[in-house]
Design a protein around this ligand. Structure first.
Ligand code: C5P
Length: 403
Protein backbone atom coordinates (compact mmCIF):
# COMPACT_ATOMS: atom_id res chain seq x y z
CA UNK A 1 0.00 0.00 0.00
CA UNK A 2 2.80 2.44 0.86
CA UNK A 3 5.53 0.93 -1.31
CA UNK A 4 7.89 3.63 -2.54
CA UNK A 5 6.69 6.15 0.07
CA UNK A 6 9.26 7.83 2.30
CA UNK A 7 8.27 8.75 5.83
CA UNK A 8 10.29 10.60 8.44
CA UNK A 9 9.01 9.52 11.84
CA UNK A 10 9.94 12.11 14.46
CA UNK A 11 9.79 10.93 18.06
CA UNK A 12 10.03 13.38 20.93
CA UNK A 13 10.39 12.71 24.62
CA UNK A 14 7.08 11.62 26.06
CA UNK A 15 5.82 8.39 27.55
CA UNK A 16 3.68 7.88 24.43
CA UNK A 17 6.96 7.21 22.55
CA UNK A 18 6.40 3.51 23.24
CA UNK A 19 3.34 3.65 20.98
CA UNK A 20 5.51 4.98 18.15
CA UNK A 21 7.12 1.55 17.91
CA UNK A 22 3.72 0.20 16.83
CA UNK A 23 3.29 3.09 14.43
CA UNK A 24 6.69 2.38 12.91
CA UNK A 25 5.77 -1.30 12.47
CA UNK A 26 2.53 -0.36 10.73
CA UNK A 27 4.36 1.92 8.27
CA UNK A 28 7.06 -0.68 7.58
CA UNK A 29 4.51 -3.48 7.17
CA UNK A 30 2.63 -1.33 4.65
CA UNK A 31 5.82 -1.12 2.57
CA UNK A 32 6.98 2.42 3.43
CA UNK A 33 10.62 3.34 3.94
CA UNK A 34 10.87 5.00 7.33
CA UNK A 35 13.68 7.11 8.74
CA UNK A 36 13.33 7.65 12.47
CA UNK A 37 14.56 10.92 13.94
CA UNK A 38 14.46 11.02 17.71
CA UNK A 39 15.08 13.91 20.09
CA UNK A 40 17.67 13.51 22.87
CA UNK A 41 14.82 13.23 25.40
CA UNK A 42 13.00 10.72 23.21
CA UNK A 43 15.93 8.31 23.68
CA UNK A 44 15.17 8.28 27.42
CA UNK A 45 11.81 6.68 26.67
CA UNK A 46 12.60 4.28 23.85
CA UNK A 47 15.86 2.81 22.70
CA UNK A 48 17.21 3.60 19.23
CA UNK A 49 18.12 -0.08 18.82
CA UNK A 50 14.45 -1.09 18.86
CA UNK A 51 13.66 1.55 16.29
CA UNK A 52 16.58 0.83 13.97
CA UNK A 53 15.85 -2.92 14.08
CA UNK A 54 12.28 -2.29 12.97
CA UNK A 55 13.00 0.39 10.39
CA UNK A 56 16.15 -1.26 9.03
CA UNK A 57 17.93 2.11 9.17
CA UNK A 58 20.14 3.70 11.81
CA UNK A 59 18.14 6.11 13.93
CA UNK A 60 19.15 9.74 13.60
CA UNK A 61 19.34 11.86 16.70
CA UNK A 62 22.48 13.96 16.59
CA UNK A 63 23.79 16.34 13.97
CA UNK A 64 26.98 14.22 13.78
CA UNK A 65 27.79 10.57 14.36
CA UNK A 66 30.14 10.78 17.34
CA UNK A 67 32.87 8.34 16.27
CA UNK A 68 33.02 9.08 12.52
CA UNK A 69 32.12 12.76 12.53
CA UNK A 70 29.62 12.03 9.71
CA UNK A 71 27.19 14.91 9.30
CA UNK A 72 23.49 14.08 9.00
CA UNK A 73 21.89 16.40 6.51
CA UNK A 74 18.53 17.54 7.74
CA UNK A 75 18.01 19.21 4.37
CA UNK A 76 18.42 15.94 2.44
CA UNK A 77 16.16 14.19 4.90
CA UNK A 78 13.52 16.89 4.56
CA UNK A 79 13.58 16.62 0.77
CA UNK A 80 13.59 12.81 0.78
CA UNK A 81 10.36 12.63 2.78
CA UNK A 82 6.86 12.35 1.31
CA UNK A 83 5.47 12.85 4.79
CA UNK A 84 6.86 13.70 8.17
CA UNK A 85 5.01 12.31 11.17
CA UNK A 86 5.86 13.64 14.60
CA UNK A 87 4.48 11.25 17.18
CA UNK A 88 4.48 11.90 20.01
CA UNK A 89 4.72 15.67 19.69
CA UNK A 90 5.38 16.89 23.22
CA UNK A 91 4.49 20.40 24.40
CA UNK A 92 8.16 21.31 24.11
CA UNK A 93 8.54 19.99 20.56
CA UNK A 94 5.32 21.74 19.52
CA UNK A 95 6.63 25.00 21.00
CA UNK A 96 9.92 24.60 19.14
CA UNK A 97 8.13 23.79 15.88
CA UNK A 98 5.83 26.79 16.28
CA UNK A 99 8.75 29.13 16.92
CA UNK A 100 11.46 27.62 14.74
CA UNK A 101 13.75 26.74 17.63
CA UNK A 102 16.08 24.48 15.65
CA UNK A 103 18.18 22.94 18.41
CA UNK A 104 17.83 19.27 17.50
CA UNK A 105 17.68 17.09 14.38
CA UNK A 106 13.92 16.65 14.60
CA UNK A 107 13.24 20.37 14.45
CA UNK A 108 15.87 21.10 11.79
CA UNK A 109 14.35 18.33 9.66
CA UNK A 110 10.90 19.80 10.27
CA UNK A 111 12.05 23.26 9.18
CA UNK A 112 13.77 21.87 6.09
CA UNK A 113 11.04 19.62 4.82
CA UNK A 114 8.71 20.43 1.97
CA UNK A 115 6.67 17.35 2.77
CA UNK A 116 3.28 17.27 4.44
CA UNK A 117 3.72 17.23 8.22
CA UNK A 118 1.49 15.41 10.69
CA UNK A 119 1.84 15.88 14.43
CA UNK A 120 0.20 13.73 17.09
CA UNK A 121 0.44 15.66 20.37
CA UNK A 122 0.70 13.83 23.67
CA UNK A 123 0.85 15.46 27.08
CA UNK A 124 -0.87 15.83 30.39
CA UNK A 125 -4.36 17.36 30.34
CA UNK A 126 -3.36 20.63 31.99
CA UNK A 127 -0.42 21.07 29.64
CA UNK A 128 -2.77 20.47 26.71
CA UNK A 129 -5.16 23.14 27.96
CA UNK A 130 -2.46 25.69 28.82
CA UNK A 131 -2.78 28.93 26.85
CA UNK A 132 0.79 28.49 25.65
CA UNK A 133 0.01 25.08 24.11
CA UNK A 134 -3.25 26.42 22.67
CA UNK A 135 -1.30 29.28 21.04
CA UNK A 136 1.36 26.97 19.63
CA UNK A 137 -1.27 24.57 18.33
CA UNK A 138 -3.07 27.39 16.50
CA UNK A 139 0.20 28.55 15.00
CA UNK A 140 1.13 25.07 13.81
CA UNK A 141 -2.29 24.63 12.22
CA UNK A 142 -1.89 27.99 10.49
CA UNK A 143 1.54 26.83 9.25
CA UNK A 144 -0.18 23.87 7.61
CA UNK A 145 0.69 21.10 10.06
CA UNK A 146 -2.01 18.44 10.15
CA UNK A 147 -2.69 17.94 13.84
CA UNK A 148 -3.92 14.51 14.88
CA UNK A 149 -5.67 15.51 18.07
CA UNK A 150 -5.08 13.53 21.26
CA UNK A 151 -7.84 11.48 22.80
CA UNK A 152 -9.42 11.79 26.20
CA UNK A 153 -8.65 9.00 28.63
CA UNK A 154 -6.35 7.85 31.37
CA UNK A 155 -2.98 9.62 31.30
CA UNK A 156 0.46 8.58 32.50
CA UNK A 157 0.12 11.04 35.40
CA UNK A 158 -2.85 9.03 36.71
CA UNK A 159 -5.17 11.90 35.82
CA UNK A 160 -7.88 11.50 33.27
CA UNK A 161 -8.60 13.91 30.41
CA UNK A 162 -7.55 14.96 26.92
CA UNK A 163 -3.89 14.53 26.10
CA UNK A 164 -3.38 10.85 25.33
CA UNK A 165 -1.72 10.33 21.97
CA UNK A 166 -4.09 8.98 19.32
CA UNK A 167 -3.79 5.21 18.81
CA UNK A 168 -1.07 4.17 16.30
CA UNK A 169 -3.59 2.51 13.99
CA UNK A 170 -5.57 5.75 13.70
CA UNK A 171 -2.44 7.82 13.08
CA UNK A 172 -1.38 5.27 10.45
CA UNK A 173 -4.81 5.45 8.76
CA UNK A 174 -4.70 9.26 8.58
CA UNK A 175 -1.20 9.39 7.15
CA UNK A 176 -1.66 6.41 4.81
CA UNK A 177 -4.91 7.72 3.38
CA UNK A 178 -3.22 11.06 2.71
CA UNK A 179 -0.25 9.34 1.07
CA UNK A 180 -2.35 7.20 -1.24
CA UNK A 181 -5.11 9.64 -2.12
CA UNK A 182 -4.47 12.50 -4.49
CA UNK A 183 -4.47 15.97 -2.98
CA UNK A 184 -5.41 18.13 -5.94
CA UNK A 185 -5.95 21.25 -3.84
CA UNK A 186 -2.65 21.13 -1.99
CA UNK A 187 -1.26 24.64 -1.65
CA UNK A 188 -4.67 26.25 -2.21
CA UNK A 189 -6.53 28.29 0.38
CA UNK A 190 -10.31 28.55 0.38
CA UNK A 191 -12.38 30.90 2.53
CA UNK A 192 -15.78 29.60 3.61
CA UNK A 193 -18.60 31.20 5.58
CA UNK A 194 -20.94 28.90 7.48
CA UNK A 195 -23.80 28.91 9.96
CA UNK A 196 -26.23 31.68 10.86
CA UNK A 197 -25.44 35.18 12.07
CA UNK A 198 -26.96 36.60 15.24
CA UNK A 199 -27.88 40.26 15.31
CA UNK A 200 -28.19 41.58 18.83
CA UNK A 201 -31.31 43.38 20.01
CA UNK A 202 -30.08 43.78 23.56
CA UNK A 203 -27.44 41.93 25.63
CA UNK A 204 -29.60 38.79 25.87
CA UNK A 205 -31.69 38.72 22.68
CA UNK A 206 -30.92 38.46 19.01
CA UNK A 207 -32.40 37.97 15.57
CA UNK A 208 -31.12 34.72 14.11
CA UNK A 209 -32.12 31.78 11.96
CA UNK A 210 -32.13 27.98 12.03
CA UNK A 211 -29.00 27.40 9.96
CA UNK A 212 -27.02 24.55 11.57
CA UNK A 213 -23.80 25.05 9.60
CA UNK A 214 -23.86 21.37 8.55
CA UNK A 215 -23.61 22.00 4.81
CA UNK A 216 -20.72 24.43 5.27
CA UNK A 217 -18.85 22.05 7.54
CA UNK A 218 -19.32 19.21 5.04
CA UNK A 219 -17.72 21.37 2.34
CA UNK A 220 -14.91 22.27 4.74
CA UNK A 221 -14.19 18.57 5.26
CA UNK A 222 -14.19 17.93 1.51
CA UNK A 223 -11.86 20.87 0.85
CA UNK A 224 -9.51 19.80 3.59
CA UNK A 225 -9.47 16.18 2.40
CA UNK A 226 -8.58 17.43 -1.07
CA UNK A 227 -5.55 19.16 0.47
CA UNK A 228 -6.83 22.75 0.67
CA UNK A 229 -6.19 24.98 3.61
CA UNK A 230 -9.53 26.33 4.81
CA UNK A 231 -10.32 29.62 6.51
CA UNK A 232 -13.65 28.84 8.11
CA UNK A 233 -15.57 31.94 9.18
CA UNK A 234 -18.32 30.66 11.29
CA UNK A 235 -21.45 32.11 12.89
CA UNK A 236 -22.79 30.58 16.12
CA UNK A 237 -23.02 26.82 15.47
CA UNK A 238 -22.84 23.78 17.65
CA UNK A 239 -20.35 21.78 15.58
CA UNK A 240 -16.76 20.72 16.29
CA UNK A 241 -14.13 21.88 13.83
CA UNK A 242 -13.34 19.03 11.42
CA UNK A 243 -9.81 17.66 11.57
CA UNK A 244 -7.36 18.94 8.99
CA UNK A 245 -5.74 22.12 7.85
CA UNK A 246 -8.59 24.33 9.03
CA UNK A 247 -8.34 27.73 10.60
CA UNK A 248 -11.67 28.52 12.30
CA UNK A 249 -12.65 32.09 13.09
CA UNK A 250 -15.86 32.37 15.12
CA UNK A 251 -18.01 35.43 14.64
CA UNK A 252 -21.49 36.44 15.73
CA UNK A 253 -22.93 39.15 13.48
CA UNK A 254 -22.95 39.75 9.73
CA UNK A 255 -20.70 42.78 10.14
CA UNK A 256 -18.12 40.76 12.04
CA UNK A 257 -18.31 38.05 9.37
CA UNK A 258 -17.81 40.65 6.64
CA UNK A 259 -14.77 42.17 8.38
CA UNK A 260 -13.00 38.79 8.56
CA UNK A 261 -13.92 37.92 4.98
CA UNK A 262 -12.64 41.24 3.63
CA UNK A 263 -9.34 40.64 5.40
CA UNK A 264 -8.94 36.99 4.35
CA UNK A 265 -10.29 36.95 0.79
CA UNK A 266 -7.25 38.60 -0.86
CA UNK A 267 -5.08 35.74 0.48
CA UNK A 268 -7.44 32.99 -0.75
CA UNK A 269 -7.77 31.19 -4.06
CA UNK A 270 -11.52 31.17 -3.70
CA UNK A 271 -14.45 31.59 -1.36
CA UNK A 272 -17.68 29.75 -0.71
CA UNK A 273 -20.44 31.79 0.92
CA UNK A 274 -22.46 29.18 2.68
CA UNK A 275 -23.59 31.21 5.69
CA UNK A 276 -27.24 32.11 6.22
CA UNK A 277 -26.48 35.76 6.86
CA UNK A 278 -29.28 37.72 8.53
CA UNK A 279 -30.67 40.18 6.00
CA UNK A 280 -31.34 42.85 8.59
CA UNK A 281 -29.94 43.88 11.98
CA UNK A 282 -31.45 46.13 14.65
CA UNK A 283 -30.50 49.73 13.99
CA UNK A 284 -29.08 49.84 17.50
CA UNK A 285 -28.45 47.35 20.26
CA UNK A 286 -29.89 48.31 23.67
CA UNK A 287 -27.13 48.55 26.25
CA UNK A 288 -29.21 46.83 28.93
CA UNK A 289 -31.95 44.21 28.81
CA UNK A 290 -35.17 45.65 27.42
CA UNK A 291 -37.98 45.49 30.02
CA UNK A 292 -41.23 43.73 29.14
CA UNK A 293 -43.40 45.87 31.47
CA UNK A 294 -42.57 49.06 29.64
CA UNK A 295 -44.80 48.67 26.59
CA UNK A 296 -47.48 46.43 25.11
CA UNK A 297 -46.01 46.65 21.66
CA UNK A 298 -42.58 47.62 20.51
CA UNK A 299 -41.20 48.44 17.11
CA UNK A 300 -37.72 47.41 16.16
CA UNK A 301 -36.03 49.44 13.51
CA UNK A 302 -34.00 47.17 11.27
CA UNK A 303 -31.25 48.15 8.89
CA UNK A 304 -30.01 46.12 5.95
CA UNK A 305 -26.90 44.06 6.58
CA UNK A 306 -23.99 44.19 4.17
CA UNK A 307 -24.02 41.49 1.48
CA UNK A 308 -20.81 39.55 2.09
CA UNK A 309 -20.94 37.53 -1.13
CA UNK A 310 -21.56 40.67 -3.19
CA UNK A 311 -18.72 42.49 -1.43
CA UNK A 312 -16.34 39.62 -2.23
CA UNK A 313 -17.72 39.64 -5.79
CA UNK A 314 -16.54 43.26 -6.13
CA UNK A 315 -13.10 42.42 -4.69
CA UNK A 316 -12.67 39.26 -6.76
CA UNK A 317 -9.55 38.86 -8.94
CA UNK A 318 -9.74 36.85 -12.18
CA UNK A 319 -7.80 33.98 -10.57
CA UNK A 320 -10.28 33.60 -7.70
CA UNK A 321 -13.42 31.44 -7.68
CA UNK A 322 -16.45 32.71 -5.79
CA UNK A 323 -19.36 30.44 -4.94
CA UNK A 324 -22.71 31.30 -3.37
CA UNK A 325 -25.86 29.50 -2.34
CA UNK A 326 -29.46 30.25 -3.20
CA UNK A 327 -32.56 29.07 -1.43
CA UNK A 328 -35.54 29.95 -3.61
CA UNK A 329 -39.25 29.21 -3.34
CA UNK A 330 -40.36 30.19 -6.85
CA UNK A 331 -38.71 30.74 -10.24
CA UNK A 332 -35.83 28.94 -8.56
CA UNK A 333 -33.37 28.73 -11.43
CA UNK A 334 -34.07 32.17 -12.86
CA UNK A 335 -33.65 33.79 -9.45
CA UNK A 336 -30.48 31.84 -8.72
CA UNK A 337 -28.93 32.89 -12.03
CA UNK A 338 -29.91 36.52 -11.36
CA UNK A 339 -28.31 36.32 -7.92
CA UNK A 340 -25.12 34.87 -9.38
CA UNK A 341 -24.85 37.80 -11.80
CA UNK A 342 -25.69 40.48 -9.20
CA UNK A 343 -23.09 39.18 -6.76
CA UNK A 344 -20.50 38.41 -9.47
CA UNK A 345 -20.31 34.74 -8.45
CA UNK A 346 -18.72 32.03 -10.61
CA UNK A 347 -21.00 29.30 -9.31
CA UNK A 348 -24.25 29.17 -7.42
CA UNK A 349 -25.57 26.15 -5.52
CA UNK A 350 -29.34 26.12 -5.68
CA UNK A 351 -30.91 24.40 -2.69
CA UNK A 352 -34.22 22.78 -3.39
CA UNK A 353 -37.00 23.90 -1.06
CA UNK A 354 -39.38 21.35 -2.59
CA UNK A 355 -37.43 18.24 -1.75
CA UNK A 356 -38.16 16.50 1.53
CA UNK A 357 -34.85 15.94 3.27
CA UNK A 358 -33.21 19.11 1.94
CA UNK A 359 -32.46 22.37 3.74
CA UNK A 360 -31.78 23.47 7.30
CA UNK A 361 -30.86 21.10 10.13
CA UNK A 362 -31.22 17.81 8.20
CA UNK A 363 -28.22 15.74 7.11
CA UNK A 364 -29.20 15.50 3.46
CA UNK A 365 -29.47 18.02 0.65
CA UNK A 366 -30.43 18.28 -3.00
CA UNK A 367 -28.38 20.80 -4.89
CA UNK A 368 -28.22 22.06 -8.45
CA UNK A 369 -24.91 23.67 -9.37
CA UNK A 370 -25.03 26.41 -11.99
CA UNK A 371 -21.96 28.21 -13.31
CA UNK A 372 -21.69 31.70 -14.75
CA UNK A 373 -20.46 30.07 -17.96
CA UNK A 374 -23.70 28.10 -18.29
CA UNK A 375 -22.82 24.67 -16.89
CA UNK A 376 -25.67 23.02 -14.94
CA UNK A 377 -25.18 19.98 -12.73
CA UNK A 378 -28.17 18.39 -10.98
CA UNK A 379 -26.98 16.46 -7.94
CA UNK A 380 -29.45 13.91 -6.56
CA UNK A 381 -30.63 13.93 -2.94
CA UNK A 382 -27.55 12.85 -0.98
CA UNK A 383 -25.93 13.32 2.41
CA UNK A 384 -24.45 16.76 2.99
CA UNK A 385 -21.05 15.06 3.26
CA UNK A 386 -21.42 13.62 -0.25
CA UNK A 387 -22.90 16.86 -1.58
CA UNK A 388 -19.90 18.76 -0.15
CA UNK A 389 -17.50 16.37 -1.89
CA UNK A 390 -19.33 16.66 -5.20
CA UNK A 391 -19.35 20.45 -4.99
CA UNK A 392 -15.62 20.62 -4.31
CA UNK A 393 -14.94 18.11 -7.08
CA UNK A 394 -17.06 19.87 -9.71
CA UNK A 395 -16.13 23.45 -8.85
CA UNK A 396 -12.51 23.33 -7.72
CA UNK A 397 -11.07 20.12 -9.17
CA UNK A 398 -12.81 19.33 -12.48
CA UNK A 399 -12.77 23.03 -13.32
CA UNK A 400 -8.98 23.10 -12.90
CA UNK A 401 -8.58 19.96 -14.98
CA UNK A 402 -10.70 21.50 -17.77
CA UNK A 403 -8.82 24.79 -17.90
O1 C5P B 1 -29.35 37.23 -1.42
P1 C5P B 1 -29.43 35.90 -0.76
O2 C5P B 1 -29.41 35.96 0.71
O3 C5P B 1 -30.49 34.99 -1.27
O4 C5P B 1 -28.06 35.21 -1.24
C1 C5P B 1 -27.60 34.02 -0.74
C2 C5P B 1 -26.11 33.92 -0.92
O5 C5P B 1 -25.48 35.14 -0.56
C3 C5P B 1 -25.50 32.89 0.00
O6 C5P B 1 -24.34 32.42 -0.65
C4 C5P B 1 -25.16 33.70 1.24
O7 C5P B 1 -24.11 33.11 1.98
C5 C5P B 1 -24.74 35.02 0.63
N1 C5P B 1 -25.05 36.19 1.46
C6 C5P B 1 -24.03 36.91 2.04
N2 C5P B 1 -24.31 38.02 2.78
C7 C5P B 1 -25.59 38.44 2.95
C8 C5P B 1 -26.64 37.71 2.37
C9 C5P B 1 -26.32 36.59 1.64
O8 C5P B 1 -22.87 36.53 1.90
N3 C5P B 1 -25.83 39.52 3.66
Amino acid sequence: MLKGKHIVLGISGGIAAYKSVMLLRLFVKAGAEVQVVITPNGKEFITPVTLSSLSGKPVISDFFTANTGEWHSHVDLGLWADAMVIAPATASTMAKMANGVADNMLITSYLSTRAKVFAAPAMDLDMWKHPSTVRNLARLKADGVDIIEPEAGELASGLSGKGRMEEPQNIFDRVASWLVSPQPLLGKTVLLTAGPTYENIDPVRFIGNYSSGKMGFAIVRALSDAGARVKLVCGPVNLPTPEGNIDRIDVVSAREMLAVCEKEFPHADGAICCAAVADYAPASCASSKMKREKADTITLELVKNPDIAATLGKMKRPDQILVGFALETDHEEENAIGKMARKNLDWIALNSMREKGAGFKVDTNKITLISASGVRIDLPLMTKTEAGRKMVEKIFIDEKADS
